[in-house]
Write a protein that binds this ligand. Structure first.
Ligand SMILES: [Zn+2]
Length: 423
């Protein structure tokens, strides 16, 4: 990354040659899977993507495609975290994604975001922006406390709430002897404006939704783009497009893959062709004070994992928009959240709580709590668990562990596997 950045600044091709040499030393173009230290592997891919953007070299492009698919389809947590193993802070085997013992270093999530953003810049494909957003709202953001001065090194997806779980992993600390994560979080927060928008040729890209204002130049035309929205709690986004003078160009709006329906209009006129998981390209002569209205459906979703992700098998994670939810015991007094089962037809409800955790949207849902006395092993169909109906509150995963010790769970076992034994 640094060598390509030097080339961009100085214009000397030796820097590109040296970047290429460094990647050759690790056999980059022949790599087929994400292995080893997750942060360093992700950064190597960032360097490869930077080199690709400057040289268009096919071997690098092929390797990056293979490696990104390997990560996205087999080695990433639902939160966007990567690097599941404590040993060598490394990627595991395909689908090796433990929850309680997830390593998922904050810096590794950041390397995923940095790489996915570069893949977006190189290809313009929405899936990379979707991954970027997943990381930013979940596996990265969990790395910093709401107070902004405490950090996770590891980002587990399950916790007993007891320090015995590994105090370093399940409590945020002010500092670490290895200081990478706290400083990397601050750097990433400072980088967010550059991720939200992009300008290339005659196109402006809106990658992320957030109340914000972008001032930029497209060739000789200056422009501002301003978003007003309550995203991610609400899927409505109003965008004001204001070029210095009337001009033809395109505004590319990301339609996230998670939305089940989306309408877009410009100055009240409906635009056809929205598809989730694609950018919508709106080409026209833009006049000052043009208005784009985006309205994305944002239902509560139950997400399941590939069956080979064994720890998540028969489970579902709760999601809404880009946010992954978790259940934390502090919101559910009297309930051991790790005994909860999720009925497939659970009645769910979304509510914005302005006074909770700095203002978050919560999901309330019906669940069943299994009794703790059930034996460790039983013959199939002979287990007769006691299941008690309970109403449960889930909070955004990023906001967990901000109110003292409590147990936490992202993946909830589906109740059907346990109700079957009762019949
Ligand atoms: Zn780190």
């Amino acid at each position: 990354m640094a060598m390509v950045e030097l080339y961009r600044t100085e214009g000397r091709s030796e820097y590109l040659d040296f970047a290429s040499y460094l990647l050759d030393q690790i056999g980059f173009t022949s790599r087929t899977s994400m292995e080893g230290h997750a942060v360093r592997a992700g950064y190597a891919c960032c360097g490869g993507a930077d080199l690709l953007m400057e040289t268009g070299e096919h071997g690098t492009r092929d390797a990056l495609d293979r490696l990104w698919e390997d990560m996205a389809n087999r080695k990433v947590y639902v939160t966007g975290g990567i690097g599941s193993r404590y040993v060598q802070e490394a990627f595991g085997e395909p689908y090796e994604l433990p929850n309680l013992r997830a390593y998922a270093e904050t810096c590794a999530a950041i390397s995923n975001a940095m790489w996915s953003w570069r893949m977006l810049c190189a290809t313009g494909k929405c899936r990379y922006a979707d991954m970027l957003e997943t990381v930013l709202y979940n596996g990265f953001l969990s790395g910093v406390s709401l107070s902004g001065d405490r950090y996770f090194y590891m980002n587990p997806l399950e916790s007993s709430g007891s320090p015995g779980d590994d105090e370093r992993g399940h409590r945020r600390a002010e500092w670490y002897s290895c200081t990478c994560c706290p400083t990397n979080v601050q750097r990433t927060l400072a980088s967010l404006p550059g991720y939200a928008y992009g300008i290339k040729g005659d196109s402006v890209w809106i990658n992320l939704f957030q109340s914000s204002r972008m001032e930029g130049r497209m060739n000789s035309t200056g422009m501002t783009i301003e978003q007003m929205t309550d995203y991610p709690w609400n899927g409505k986004v109003d965008v004001a497009v204001d070029p210095d003078s009337d001009r033809e160009f395109s505004v590319k709006v990301r339609i996230p893959s998670w939305t089940t329906g989306c309408s877009v209009s410009v100055n009240g006129e409906e635009i056809e062709g929205t598809r989730s998981g694609r950018y919508l390209s709106i080409e026209r002569i833009w006049e000052s004070d043009s208005k784009i209205s985006i309205d994305m459906d944002m239902p509560i979703r139950f997400v399941e994992a590939h069956p080979r992700a064994r720890e998540d098998f028969g489970c579902a994670a709760i999601a809404r928009g880009p946010i992954i939810y978790c259940v934390e015991s502090v919101d559910n007094p009297g309930i051991e959240v790790r005994n909860l089962m999720l009925p497939r037809d659970s009645k769910t409800e979304f509510e914005f709580e302005p006074d909770l955790l700095g203002g978050v949207g919560v999901v309330k849902f019906d669940a069943l709590e299994i009794d703790d006395d059930s034996p460790l092993y039983a013959n199939l169909n002979e287990r007769k668990p006691e299941l008690s109906p309970v109403r449960v509150v889930a909070i955004p995963y990023y906001a967990w562990a901000n109110r003292g010790a409590s147990s936490m769970l992202v993946w909830l076992p589906l109740a059907e596997f346990h109700e079957r034994g009762k019949s």
